[in-house]
Design a binder for this molecule. Structure first.
Ligand code: PRX
Length: 679
C-alpha cells in the first residue's frame, strides 16, 4: 500500500489523470484514488458526468456543474448540478434494478429488526417494496399531494418510514422527516416553517422495550395555531413483530384521539388504491427533501437538498466508501430522522441495490450485546454506527462482544463525532477481530454525503483520523483570528473550496441565512463549523465544532434552542448553555441558569428544568448539569461571555483569556468556586 502524500505541492504532481471513459467499480489502490481525485478537481464536469452515468435519467444532463460560492459576485451563492437532467430518485432506488433484472424483485431490500429481539423480524424484497411504495404514493395523491408539496414524516424506525420517503420521492413531494424523539413543540415549529399540509405518522413506536406515542404528539402539535395548514394526518399502525407489546398496543390504540376528516389509517387508505404509479419526472434541481438541523442561533435550519446531485453523490459515496459488493448485507444503526438515515439507510444503499437493515431499537436494549447479536442474526457484512454507541458499549465487559461470532463482518464505519483512538482500536480489535478496516466518515446534514473518509484498503488508516477527502472535495483550513488560509500541517477552521453535487442548495425559505451561516465567514468557501487539524501526510483530524452547536451522542443541539427552552420556565430569568468534554457522549450539556428574584434553588427545580427542556425540544435532549448562577459574566454592553463559561466548564480555568472587558470580574470567581466541574 503506498503512503499518501496528498498535500505536498498538490496531488496533481506526478499523477496520471484518470483517462478511462467510466468510473471503476471499486477504488483498489492509492494511485487509482489519486488519479481520479485529480480528475475530479481538474475536470469536475467529466468526473461527475461519469458518476451520473451510474444512474438512469429520463434526460441525461448536458450541463454538469454550474456553481458559485462567492457571495460577493453579482450572481451570489448559487449551486446547480446536472441542471437540465430529468430523473426520479425512487425509480433509481427501486424500479430500475428490477427492470434490469427481473430476479431482483426477489432480492431482499430491507430487513426490519424490531426493538424487542424476540419479536419477529421481517424481510421485504425489492418487488414488495416497490409495490408498497407505489400504493402509498397513490394514497398521498388521493389526498391531493403533488409535486413540490411538503410532507412531514414523524415515524418510528420501521419499514413504513422508508416507504413514506420513497413514496414522496416518487411523486415529487418534498419530505421533511422529523426525528420521533422531538417534542410536539419542535414538530410544530418544523411543520410551520415549511407550511406542510400533511403529516405521516404512526400510532406509536417501540424503543427500549417501551411504547412511544407518536400520533398523540402530532395531535398536540396540530393544536398550535402555526400548524393550521395541516389538513391530513395519515397514521400507520405499528404492527410487525409486536408479539411482546401486543396487548398494551391494542389497548392504547383504543384510546387514540381521532379527528374525523383529518386523520386516516394508512392500512385502510392502502386498500382503496392500486399499485400503478408512474414516477414523476423531476428536474435535477427540484427539491427532494428538507431536513431540519440545529443552528448556533435562532430557529432550526431547514436544510434543502435537491434531486439529481444528491442521488449521484450518495450513490457514489456509498459504493466506494463501503466498497459494496452485490449481495452483501449492510446495516447503519442511524434513525431515518437524521441525515445518516436518509443518505445511508435509504437512498445510498437502495440506489446501489443493496440489502439494508432498518433497526428500530437502541444499542443497549435488552443488553449491550444487541448490535453484535444482530450482526450474527442477519449475517451483516458492513456495520456503520456512531462513536457514542461504541464508547458506551466499550465501557462494559468485552465478553458481551466476544461471546458473539461476528465472522460475517467485512467493514466497520463510524459517523457523528470525532472517535477517540482508544474507541477506534476497541472497535477495530474487539468488534472487528482486527480484520475489518474502519471508515471514519466526516460529513454533515448540509453536505448530503461523506466528505472526508477512508476508502477501504486504498490507503493506511490511523485511529481517530477521517483521513482524506472524497472525490471532488478540496479542504482548506483557516486561522480563526487572522481569517487567512493556513499551510499544511496546521490546525484551523475547516472550509471546502468548491461545490460538490451532494451539498445543500439553501435553507428552506431563507437563502440569506444560508449565505450568512455557510458562505460569509470565509468568502468563496463553504464553512463547515468544524475545527480540523491536517497533518503533513494530508490526513484530517476533526477537532469538533467551533460554533455554538453541541454534538452530544451524535446529535447536533443548538445552545440557543436549549436556552430559549429554559427561559420558558417561569422561574428562569436567563440561561447560558455550553458544552464540556464527555468521555462517552462526546460532549455534556452544562446550563448556567439565573433564577428570577425570590425563586429558591432546589433539586426539584433542577428536575423541572430538565423536564422543560425535554418537553420543549425532545426527549433526546438532556441537560447534564444545571448550575444556578445569580450572575453571568457579561461585557459592559451586556453580552454573555460564553468563551469564559466554556473555559470554566472544560475546566481550563488558568487560561480564561482576556477578561478585561468584563463588567464584573468577581462573577467569574464565584462561578469557578461553585461549579461542579471545577471541584
Ligand atoms: O461536528 C461534526 C460532527 O457532526 C457534525 C454534523 O452533524 P449532523 O449534521 O447532525 O450530521 C451527522 C451525520 C453526518 C459535524 O459538523 N461529525 C460528523 N461526523 C464526524 C464528526 N466529527 C468528527 N468525525 C466524524 N467522522
Amino acid at each position: 500500500m503506498s503512503s499518501p502524500t496528498l498535500i505536498d505541492n498538490s496531488i496533481t504532481n506526478n499523477t496520471i489523470i484518470w483517462d478511462k471513459s467510466s468510473l471503476p467499480d471499486k477504488i483498489q489502490t492509492f494511485d487509482e484514488y489519486k488519479s481520479l481525485y485529480t480528475l475530479s478537481i481538474e475536470d469536475p464536469n467529466r468526473f461527475w458526468k461519469m458518476a451520473a452515468e451510474r444512474l438512469n435519467w429520463y434526460h441525461f444532463p448536458t450541463k454538469i456543474k454550474n456553481t458559485e460560492f462567492d457571495y460577493r459576485t453579482e450572481r451570489g451563492v448559487d449551486i446547480k448540478w446536472f441542471e437540465d437532467g430529468i430523473i426520479n430518485v425512487c425509480y433509481n432506488c427501486l424500479d430500475r434494478h428490477i427492470e434490469k433484472d427481473p430476479n431482483i424483485a426477489n432480492q431482499i431490500a430491507l430487513i426490519f429488526e424490531p426493538d424487542i429481539p424476540t419479536d419477529t423480524h421481517h424481510h421485504i424484497t425489492y418487488g414488495e417494496l416497490l409495490c408498497k411504495v407505489k400504493k402509498f404514493a397513490n394514497v398521498l395523491k388521493k389526498h391531493g399531494i403533488k409535486k413540490g408539496d411538503r410532507v412531514t414524516i414523524y415515524m418510528p424506525m420501521v419499514i413504513e418510514a422508508c416507504i413514506a420517503l420513497l413514496a414522496c420521492a416518487r411523486i415529487g413531494a418534498i419530505h421533511s422527516v422529523v426525528f420521533g424523539g422531538f417534542s410536539s413543540h419542535s414538530v410544530a415549529e418544523r411543520i410551520s416553517d415549511c407550511n406542510g399540509t400533511i403529516v405521516i405518522t404512526s400510532d406509536f413506536g417501540v424503543r427500549g422495550g417501551k411504547c412511544i406515542p407518536l400520533k398523540s404528539k402530532i395531535d398536540q402539535a396540530l393544536l398550535m395555531p402555526e400548524c393550521n395548514t395541516v389538513k391530513t394526518v395519515i397514521v400507520f399502525q405499528r404492527y410487525y413483530g409486536m408479539e411482546n407489546l401486543k396487548d398494551d398496543c391494542v389497548e392504547r390504540r383504543k384510546t387514540l384521539e381521532w379527528v374525523n376528516g383529518r386523520d386516516f389509517w394508512a392500512h385502510e387508505e392502502l386498500e382503496t388504491v392500486n399499485d400503478i404509479c408512474e414516477p414523476e419526472q423531476m428536474n435535477a434541481e427540484d427539491p427532494l427533501f428538507i431536513l431540519y438541523t440545529s443552528g448556533s442561533t435562532g430557529k432550526p435550519k431547514g436544510i434543502l437538498h435537491t434531486t439529481g446531485g444528491y442521488l449521484t453523490y450518495v450513490n457514489l459515496t456509498f459504493k466506494y466508501v463501503f466498497a459494496y459488493n452485490p449481495g452483501e448485507i449492510y446495516m447503519c444503526s442511524a434513525d431515518v430522522g437524521w441525515i445518516t438515515g436518509h443518505s445511508y439507510v435509504v437512498y445510498g444503499p437502495l440506489a446501489n441495490q443493496a440489502t439494508t437493515v432498518v433497526f428500530e431499537g437502541i444499542p443497549t436494549y435488552p443488553d449491550v450485546s444487541r448490535f453484535w447479536n444482530i450482526i450474527d442474526k442477519h449475517q451483516i457484512n458492513i456495520f456503520y454506527t456512531a462513536p457514542t454507541a461504541i464508547r458506551s458499549l466499550m465501557a462494559h465487559n468485552d465478553s458481551y462482544v466476544t461471546k458473539t461470532n461476528r465472522q460475517s463482518l467485512r467493514l466497520l464505519g463510524t459517523v457523528g463525532e470525532p472517535i477517540n483512538p482508544e474507541a477506534w482500536r476497541w472497535y477495530c480489535n474487539v468488534v472487528g477481530n482486527g480484520r475489518c478496516p474502519i471508515v471514519d466518515t466526516w460529513w454533515q446534514t448540509e453536505t448530503g454525503g461523506f466528505m472526508i473518509t477512508p476508502i477501504p484498503n486504498a490507503w493506511e488508516l490511523e485511529a481517530g483520523s477521517a483521513t482524506l477527502p472524497f472525490f471532488g472535495i478540496q479542504t482548506q483550513i483557516f486561522d480563526e483570528k487572522t481569517r487567512k488560509p493556513l499551510e499544511i500541517p496546521d490546525r484551523g477552521e475547516l472550509c471546502i473550496r468548491d461545490s460538490w453535487p451532494g451539498q445543500a442548495r439553501s435553507l428552506y425559505g431563507n437563502h440569506k441565512r444560508f449565505i450568512d451561516v455557510y458562505f460569509k465567514p470565509y468568502p468563496g468557501y463553504y464553512f463547515s463549523g468544524d475545527g480540523c487539524e491536517i497533518k503533513k501526510n494530508g490526513y484530517h483530524w476533526i477537532t469538533g465544532r467551533v460554533d455554538d452547536v453541541l454534538v452530544i451522542s451524535g446529535h447536533n443541539i443548538g445552545t440557543a434552542e436549549v436556552e430559549s427552552a429554559l427561559v420558558q420556565h417561569v422561574a428562569v430569568a436567563e440561561a447560558a448553555v455550553v458544552g464540556y468534554p464527555d468521555p462517552i457522549k462526546n460532549q455534556g450539556m452544562y446550563c448556567f441558569v439565573t433564577l428570577k428574584d425570590n425563586v429558591l434553588e432546589s433539586d426539584e427545580l433542577r428536575k423541572e428544568l430538565i423536564k422543560t427542556v425535554r418537553d420543549v425540544i425532545g426527549a433526546h435532549v438532556h441537560p447534564d448539569i444545571i448550575h444556578f448562577a445569580p450572575n453571568l459574566p457579561k461585557t459592559r454592553s451586556g453580552k454573555i461571555m460564553r468563551r469564559i463559561l466554556r473555559k470554566i466548564v472544560e475546566p481550563d480555568i488558568h487560561n480564561l483569556g482576556d477578561t478585561s472587558t468584563l463588567n464584573d470580574p468577581t462573577v467569574v470567581d464565584e462561578l469557578i468556586r461553585t461549579s461542579p466541574r471545577t471541584k
